[in-house]
Design a protein around this ligand. Structure first.
Ligand code: CUO
Length: 623
């Protein structure tokens, strides 16, 4: 069977998930491997942060992964579709497709087309439905509705939080790195998974703060007080698998005990994690002490904090981050007496819409930063590359060193996710942030007398704080967003090279739609397409009308020191944020290097020498 034939067989399993009946095949009529699933009711919002939901999803993706051949896998998935919860089904089948050898080359359809109700406001879907009914013989396009107004200051950033691409990226990331991934069962190790959990989410926070500063807003205030009365939030989403709204959080609500977890548990886990950071080791089982050493510490902590299957002691350290998502999503109906849906924080494809997501993840990030502060600071030796001098860096766009951003129109096809009873297309028109094409041209003088291979690391951060004060490199350290990281050969002597933004290793270059996948208009390049990656249109923060100055930071490090021995490139896109699925992470340096540890700003100029370059880039928003 060809890849295309497999793709064609699997695609319909993901279509019209919002129209499945509540009925489930009784256990005695199922394939016996599927007798233990089907616990979470249809219509319930699945949460991959909820321990019980995730346990069932894990059972299913492991069963699907273990199927003896593609035919067996397909038959099981097809039957599971008539048994299990809708969201749980899509999650588990997606994990299986992404990791089965016989699905290599098959692409999971975009989550925004499978469940458009997680991305498009209910008012807009309602409008689309009316239009489709009134005009059954034509294609229909409706404009997306606003979800608030400026009475809520946070509404300014709705365009960012509700961006379809960033929410889809987050969903795909958690499919590529399931918290319950058991390497021995799945037959593959997810290299530095805990560290990647730290880094990818750290970058989401940094990007959000860059966007806030671009909009003249203060950086977010991290969550830290478990009794805090929180800001309100109304998602304007209605789940079509149940017809229930995603829960709103009225202004002033705070975390409450749930059936499965207490606020006090959370506080206890936080204290235990912080205590371990300051002791320099974590408690394994029994008397075991596992050091938080430089090489493995972040990874160990990531597994504990998330928490994942690889947590060294989940009884002692609990599941701080995951339960936090669930608690945040349930404070309007903590004991379930009103049978309300949870809020958007419970799901990876919707969580980024809520401002509390970023405050929660800054809280998580602060814990990692406490750990990073215990490590030795980088020295000149760690940061330099003898004989290599970056002499010039220019951003090439319409004007040198100015990048223009703007809002661009796009459309989302609702027809594969929702059955409107018409054979015509039903689409939503929306706007998303975008930037003009640009490249970065770098000139280097290599005086080593021979060609050298290096890793080019490119970051961007705002130059000024909220008050217009120049940020020192340490003050701005946690705002640096990675733009790209790639290998480059430097000829002896003076040479220049140029890197196109579209080739960035943090972004996904193209997302094939359901129709692309159906029609087969998918190039061979997609044979290693893993669907995970920051959207290309969101690579650059918005900047402002006046032109906002950012620092462009370029650092060249020695490839010989950073290379990973048996590196195999499995996923073609976005490895910096998404790794390589089941290969080694392709960079030996700590993720986020050199901004992952405090920098003594009095000595920053001595630390960063010839092999780095700092320049100013203006980001100009045009509307
Ligand atoms: Cu991705 Cu909290 O893990 O959102």
């Amino acid at each position: 069977m060809t890849v295309k034939e497999r793709q064609d067989l699997l695609l319909p399993l993901f279509e019209h998930m919002t129209t499945l009946s509540r009925e489930s095949i009784p256990p005695d009529q199922r394939d016996e491997r599927l007798r233990e699933v089907g616990i979470l009711h249809r219509g319930t919002l699945f949460s991959c942060f909820h321990e019980k939901h995730l346990a069932e999803a894990t059972r299913l993706y492991e069963i699907l992964h273990d199927a003896k051949d593609f035919e067996d896998f397909f038959a099981l998935a097809k039957q599971a579709r008539d048994i299990v919860n809708e969201g749980l089904f899509v999650y588990a089948v997606s994990v299986a497709v992404l990791h089965r050898d016989d699905c290599k080359g098959v692409t999971v359809p975009p989550i925004q087309e499978i469940f458009p109700d997680r991305f498009i406001p209910a008012e807009t879907i309602n409008l689309a439905s009316k239009e489709a009914t009134l005009k059954p013989n034509e294609d229909v396009v409706v404009d997306v509705e606003e979800t608030g107004n400026i009475l809520d200051p946070e509404h300014t950033l709705a365009y960012y939080r509700e961006d379809i691409g960033i929410n889809a990226h987050h969903w795909h990331w958690h499919i590529a790195y399931p918290a319950t991934w058991n390497p021995s069962h799945m037959g593959a190790v997810k290299d530095r998974k805990g560290e990647l959990f730290f880094y990818m989410h750290q970058q989401m926070c940094a990007r959000y703060d860059c966007e806030r500063l671009s909009n003249g807003m203060n950086r977010m205030i991290p969550f830290h007080n478990f009794e805090e009365h929180l800001e309100g939030y109304a998602p304007h989403l209605t789940s079509l698998i149940s017809g229930l709204n995603y829960g709103s959080r009225p202004e002033g609500f705070s975390l409450r005990d749930l059936k499965d977890v207490d606020v006090q548990d959370m506080e206890r886990w936080r204290e235990r994690i912080l205590e371990s950071i300051h002791l320099g080791y974590v408690h394994g089982h029994g008397e075991e002490r596992i050091p938080l050493d430089e090489k493995h510490g972040t990874d160990i902590l990531g597994a504990i904090i998330e928490s994942s299957f690889e947590s060294k002691n989940s009884t002692f350290y609990g599941s701080l981050h995951n339960w936090g998502h669930v608690m945040m999503a349930r404070m309007h109906d903590p004991d379930g007496r009103f049978q309300e849906n949870p809020g958007v924080m419970s799901d990876t494809s919707t969580a980024l819409r809520d401002p509390i997501f970023y405050r929660w993840h800054r809280f998580i990030d602060n814990i990692f930063q406490d750990y990073k502060a215990t490590l030795p600071h980088y020295t000149k030796d760690d940061l330099s590359f003898d004989g290599i001098k970056v002499t010039d860096v220019v951003v090439k766009a319409k004007s040198d060193n100015v990048i223009t951003t703007f809002m661009k129109e796009d459309e989302l096809d609702l027809s594969h996710g929702i059955n409107f009873g018409t054979n015509h297309k039903v689409k939503v028109r929306y706007q998303h942030l975008d930037h003009e094409p640009f490249s970065i041209s770098i000139t280097v003088n290599n005086t080593t007398g021979a060609a050298k291979e290096c890793i080019v690391r490119i970051f961007l951060a705002p130059q000024y704080d909220e008050l217009g004060n120049l940020l020192t490199i340490e003050e701005g350290r946690r705002l640096f967003i990675e733009l790209d990281k790639f290998k480059q050969t430097l000829a002896a002597g003076q040479s220049s090279f140029s890197r196109n933004a579209i080739d960035s290793n943090v972004t996904l270059s193209k997302v094939p739609t359901f129709d692309d996948l159906k029609s087969g208009e998918v190039s061979d390049d997609y044979s290693e397409f893993c669907s995970c990656g920051w959207p290309e249109n969101m690579l650059i923060p918005r900047g402002n009308h006046k032109g906002k100055p950012f620092v462009l930071f370029v650092l060249l490090t020695d490839f010989e020191k950073d290379k990973v021995p048996d590196f195999q490139r499995i996923c073609m896109d976005a490895f910096s944020y998404c790794g390589t699925k089941t290969g080694m992470y392709p960079d030996l340096k700590p993720m986020g290097f050199p901004f992952d540890r405090p920098i003594d700003h009095d000595h920053a100029d001595e630390l960063f020498t010839d092999n780095h370059h700092r320049s100013t880039v203006t980001i100009q928003y045009v509307s």
